[in-house]
Design a protein. Structure first.
Length: 553
């Protein structure tokens, strides 16, 4: 619900605050009093085009803010979340316009683009007035409006899910065809490469093993001589082990003469003998490990060169050659079995498409049924609104396949004809300003019964060219609409004004526009003025009283 509109330095308005309530609010006043300024001001907060001419003479900028009280489930909050604007109990839209015509926009004091403000405004207020129009006049909204009216959300969800599955299956098939075509083009090359790698039979870790073997083979003689010499130095005739043994024996024989002081020396010699034996065993193990066949270094180099050459050809490491062979073999299998693979994928696409078509058909049927009901109810509202020759139609046409989407295959438009001989067309192309407003009123009254969230509707010029019973019918429908939604109407019709729950009169004094809320007696006077003109007669006051009584009944 729109709670308040704060205006400062806009044309003839110095400073003004309007507090709104639920129900139907009427703004009346003589032509030129400034009613359009109020609509222009509201339009600014909803993202309408800014104009330097809106800035009051002598001021450097104009500012307007509108505050809204919304339920937690209102779709505006999802848009705020996307923009990173924290949700609050009160939503405030603010617009500032400078004398250069440039403007700044804010939502809850956070700067936003005018485009974002306009998108948000379309969710908050449905306006038909002298400034830019929103909502139902935009054909892009018609599908969502009909789906909401039809309660088609579950059908839309199923259609969207099956469309995604169909799209995924189609992409997989397309890619498989590309892969198969590419593989078939390179089949001869693939088979030659696989044969080459399989013939080479590379093994994981083979390159490192060949390098180690090559090094050992090159140094085989020097290594064998060093190990043999080391072993002889430990266990030969004049070896260290023999000399340690002799030393130990000499000291042992003289131990009773030397005393206990000799024991640590004997223990050291024992440890040295044990260490020498351990060293000898390690040397013998090394000698055994180098007891390798007599490889040809040139043959090892040839194998290394061949492995590295093939690896370079396929831009991989030697150790990855086996995996590369598996990859290329898989491509060959695709060639050998591509008919089977493609056939399976085609079956998946066919099944996914059939599921989508079934879901889209169910959605179409729900829409068509709801459209028929909607048309019947809207057309029932037209005759009392002096549109008895007009006809409202909801066009639900099946689109060609290239235009199918996640929301189905229907093109949905609200179209009208103003007389039996005219072809139906878009509402804003066929109807005049007054007719358009009454068409919109009829449609909104019907839609109001299915709306899940209360909206805000603003009407201007809805009573253009009508009076008497037609004006009464307009007022009655505005009152019906206001039972579930907040409605504001700028009107010259006393029949419409009498239906309002709240009534303001707009007047101009010198260079200022004033908006005054009316109480019962004042309201009777204003409606009498609307009935009789500048000179209010007793008969006009009596007629005004009857209108108010009839509206309250």
């Amino acid at each position: 619900m729109l709670k308040a509109l704060h205006i400062r330095n806009v044309v003839l308005i110095d400073q003004l605050t309007l507090d709104f309530k639920a129900g139907l609010s009427a703004l009346t006043g003589e032509t030129g009093a400034g009613k359009s300024i109020l609509l222009d001001s509201l339009g600014l907060t909803l993202g309408a085009r800014a104009d330097a001419g809106l800035v009051r003479h002598g001021a450097y900028q104009a500012s307007v803010s509108a505050s809204f009280d919304l339920p937690a489930t209102h779709p505006a909050f999802a848009l705020l979340t996307e923009q990173g604007i924290p949700a609050q109990d009160e939503l405030i839209l603010r617009r500032i316009v400078g004398t250069d015509g440039k403007s700044r926009a804010f939502v809850n004091d956070e700067p936003v683009s005018v485009t974002f403000l306009k998108n948000l405004g379309e969710l908050l207020v449905d306006v038909h007035g002298q400034f830019e129009t929103y909502g139902l006049l935009n054909p892009q909204t018609h599908r969502q409006v009909l789906d909401d009216y039809a309660g088609a959300a579950p059908y839309v969800k199923t259609t969207s899910e099956t469309y995604r599955v169909w799209l995924d299956a189609d992409k997989k098939l397309a890619q498989a065809r590309i892969d198969a075509e590419k593989a078939a083009t390179n089949e001869e090359w693939l088979r030659a490469v696989v044969a080459e790698i399989e013939k080479l039979s590379p093994q994981p870790g083979e390159e490192a093993e060949l390098l180690s073997l090559r090094q050992k083979t090159q140094n085989r003689e020097a290594i064998a001589e060093a190990l043999s010499g080391a072993a002889k130095a430990i266990e030969g005739k004049d070896s260290a082990e023999v000399m340690i043994g002799q030393s130990w024996k000499m000291l042992q024989r003289a131990a009773d003469k030397i005393g206990d002081e000799v024991n640590p020396v004997l223990e050291s010699l024992d440890r040295a003998s044990v260490s020498l034996q351990e060293g000898l065993r390690q040397i013998q193990r090394l000698m055994a490990s180098f007891d390798i066949p007599d490889h040809n270094v040139e043959a090892l180099d040839d194998r290394l060169y061949e492995l590295r050459s093939v690896a370079r050809k396929h831009h991989c490491n030697v150790d990855d050659l086996a995996a590369k062979a598996d990859e290329l073999t898989a491509q060959l299998r695709l060639i050998d079995h591509q008919d089977h693979v493609l056939d399976d994928l085609q079956k998946q696409v066919k099944a996914a498409r059939a599921a989508y078509e079934t879901a889209a058909k169910a959605l179409h049927d729900v829409r068509a049924k709801a459209a028929e009901k909607l048309d019947k109810l809207v057309n029932k509202e037209l005759a009392p609104l002096k549109l008895e020759k007009a006809k409202f139609m909801t066009s639900v046409e099946v689109l060609p396949e290239p235009q199918w989407s996640s929301v189905g295959g229907d093109d949905i438009k609200f179209v009208v004809s103003t007389n039996p001989n005219s072809a139906p067309g878009p509402l804003n192309k066929v109807a005049s300003g007054g007719e358009m407003a009454r068409f919109m009123l009829a449609l909104k009254v019907v839609l109001a019964e299915s709306a899940k969230i209360a909206g805000v509707y603003v009407f201007d010029e809805i009573d253009t060219g009508i009076g008497g019973a037609t004006a009464s019918a307009v007022g009655e429908r505005l009152a019906r609409l206001s039972e579930r939604h907040q409605v504001m109407v700028v009107t010259h019709s006393p029949q419409v004004a009498a239906r309002a729950n709240h009534h303001w009169v707009v007047s101009k004094a010198n260079t200022n526009t004033n908006v005054i809320p009316l109480q019962s007696k004042e309201r009777q006077e204003e409606i009498a003025r609307m009935l009789s003109g500048a000179e209010i007669t007793t008969e006009a006051r009596a007629a005004a009283s009857k209108l108010l009584e009839a509206s309250a009944a």
